[in-house]
Design a protein around this ligand. Structure first.
Ligand SMILES: [Zn+2]
Length: 158
């Protein structure tokens, strides 16, 4: 069962919610709210009933959702074997141009040796792979004809 992702925008900023109200507002079980609380969602006060401030809830959920997306931080590619972003072995990345604006980055996972791929805008390579040795491979006809899918963390919709 895919985990349900609560939409922070459903929470009103300037409102105080009880756990039950919050659960109803976000369409989650009350236990989910307790789980959030155990994972760092701060109630307004320690007293009973437990009350949550909308602004705090929003910030908590936005941060939580963002961390679940597993975006690749700069200098990493997503390794499907390790199931997390990994730096390239020996800092070596190969970039192949697909067309004038897009390219595929390939590198070997530093940890497990699996080939990793990441699609990128060519203009973004310097910021995505700072301080790394990126070898640009010009697109020859052979490369353009390849139909190999790009395993790209940015395309992951989970
Ligand atoms: Zn790996």
């Amino acid at each position: 069962m895919p985990p349900r992702r609560a939409n922070p925008r459903r929470v009103k900023l300037h409102r105080i919610y009880s756990a039950a109200e919050l659960a109803a507002c976000l369409g989650v079980h009350k236990n989910t709210v307790r789980h959030w609380q155990a994972n760092g969602l701060e109630p307004v006060s320690k007293g009973r009933p437990t009350l949550f401030d909308g602004e705090t809830v929003r910030a908590f959920l936005a941060k939580r959702n963002a961390s679940r997306k597993r975006p690749c931080p700069p200098g990493t590619l997503y390794c499907f074997k390790c199931r997390q972003p990994r730096p390239p072995a020996m800092g070596m990345v190969e970039a192949s141009c697909q067309n004038a604006t897009t390219g595929n980055l390939s590198a070997i996972c530093e940890v497990c040796g699996t080939m990793m791929h990441r699609r990128t805008r060519l203009s973004a390579i310097a910021s995505i792979m700072p301080n790394l040795d990126v070898q640009i491979r010009e697109a020859g006809p052979r490369i353009c004809e390849r139909t190999e899918p790009s395993l790209n963390c940015d395309n992951r919709k989970d």
